[in-house]
Design a binder for this molecule. Structure first.
Ligand SMILES: *Cc1c(COP(=O)(O)O)cnc(C)c1O
Length: 462
């Protein structure tokens, strides 16, 4: 920061010039943005000096926590040595090569190659280009359709937003682009519980919606299926254990490529290096971003399985696609330092064996709260479903915006927890300790109590 201003001054300048992503500009200008000025470990500091526990890792990305000197040093060193060079014209830089090598090492064995991008959205644009190119090269150019899911999030570029299943995004800008279709999401509360299905039964039913769609379109026209192992922005929708193995079986049966969008689930979030390993699928492509650098600097890309890589390499000729910042040396140097830190500090094991199970137990205990219809976790992702009537599992009136009420209390109590409809979600930094989880859960319970008191006072429970 080059200057110091009061919060009000920051907010005024912000409102005057800065159009925020996914924001009602006028609404924010009236209220004033929260100004975050520094951070350390799992805690943020705002411009009024408040300490806030960041249970969202920024935006699902700060896996190693804030203030890791090794990442700062890696960036500084690389900025001095070679701040930029491209990889277009038969050139490469050492950090990009080393990162490609290391990504192949930590990824499931079918992955030996990587295509770099600047973000998750760009990674998913690459996915669309690449799967269509793959089928072209195999002489099946009519295999064009990519199947995705409602309430998926795959980014905000034209292809990313099209792959995503957010109706609010499709409503703006003439999306989705042609050749992308959506099936229903594997959300038990929405589709399984009303029909009296067990979670595992529902997982199979939901996976077979993919098979129905493939048969409806014709397998010879379907290029790929894409999904997040666990939907993040959609509200931490953890599919039943039966879902992904059945999706894998269906993709295998019809020769459809499987794309795992690992932008959130990658790099330890679920207690394995990648979410597909936790969920039991064997993808042909994996999109990554966010946790690859712990958000310290932008970087994304696609891990390309050998099934696809061999075709692109051996039959391909030139692949007419790439970004100025594909393999940016500073971003790659930071990613390398980040992955080394995850490995040295055994953070994946820390999530799998220690804090993941601890969080699961704490969430189990939250289920007794009168507002909590469901509380579930996978690794260090967690969701609490707020319900009006616990016994019947009935939802609050949408107009109440119960999630936003709860989120307001979280802000005031010094906790960042995100609201997606009536689901309160978390994804704290992987470096969080058991003691810090306990501290976080005390805050969560307090916010639930305050929300319950509001609901009683306002008569929302009736
Ligand atoms: C955030 C996200 C993206 C988009 O990444 P950007 O870096 O914002 O472009 C894509 N997929 C998933 C699953 C995400 O959570």
């Amino acid at each position: 920061m080059t200057t110091t201003r009061t919060t009000a001054q920051w907010q005024a300048a912000d409102a005057a010039h800065f159009l925020h992503p996914f924001t009602d500009f006028q609404g924010l200008a009236k209220k004033g943005a929260r100004i975050i000025t520094s951070a350390d470990g799992i805690y943020l500091r705002d411009s009024d000096g408040h300490r806030i526990l960041d249970a969202m890792s920024g935006l699902w990305c700060v896996n190693v926590g804030y203030g890791q000197q090794a990442l700062v040093d890696a960036a500084t060193r690389q900025l001095k040595e070679l701040p930029f060079y491209n990889a277009f014209f038969q050139t490469a830089t050492p950090p990009a090569i080393e990162l490609a090598e290391m990504l192949a090492e930590v990824s499931p064995p079918q992955f030996q190659h990587v295509f770099f991008a600047g973000s998750g959205s760009e990674g998913n644009d690459t996915v669309v280009r690449m799967v269509r190119r793959y089928w072209d090269l195999l002489g099946q150019p009519e295999r064009q359709v990519i199947i995705s899911r409602h309430n998926a999030y795959h980014g905000s570029t034209m292809a990313g937003a099209s792959l995503g299943g957010m109706s609010g995004m499709h409503a703006q800008g003439g999306l989705p682009i042609p050749g992308i279709v959506h099936i229903e999401q594997p959300y038990w509360w929405e589709h399984g519980r009303p029909k009296g299905l067990s979670r595992d039964e529902f997982g199979l039913v939901a996976a077979r919606w993919l098979e129905d769609k493939i048969l409806e379109i014709g397998a010879d026209k379907v290029a790929a299926f894409i999904g997040e192992p666990i939907q993040g922005a959609g509200g931490v929708i953890i599919p039943p254990a039966t879902y992904w193995p059945e999706v894998q079986r269906i993709c295998d049966r019809y020769g459809v490529l499987l794309v795992s969008d690992e932008v959130i689930c990658g790099f330890g979030r679920t207690g394995r290096w990648f979410g597909c390993e936790t969920m039991g699928s064997r993808p042909d492509l994996m999109t990554f971003a966010k946790g690859v650098t712990s958000g310290y600097i932008p970087l994304g890309g696609v891990m390309v399985g050998e099934r696809i890589a061999r075709v692109l390499i051996e039959k391909g000729g030139e692949f007419n696609h790439g970004y100025t910042y594909s393999g940016h040396p500073v971003a790659c140097a930071v990613a390398l330092a980040n992955l080394k830190l995850i490995r040295e500090q055994r953070l994946v094991e820390h999530v799998h064996d220690d804090v993941g199970p601890h969080l699961a137990k704490a969430y189990e205990a939250l289920r007794d709260h009168p507002l909590v219809g469901d509380a579930e976790t996978c690794g260090l992702m967690g969701a609490i479903l707020l319900v009006k009537d616990k016994a019947r599992g009935t939802a609050f009136d949408e107009a109440v915006e119960i999630g936003m009420v709860c989120r307001g209390h979280c802000f005031r109590e010094g906790l960042i927890m995100r609201a997606v409809g009536d689901r309160m979600i978390i994804a704290p930094p992987l470096v969080i300790t058991r003691t810090q989880i306990d501290e976080m859960v005390v805050l969560i319970r307090r916010c639930l109590d305050l929300t319950l008191a509001d609901a009683k006072a306002a008569g929302w429970l009736a």
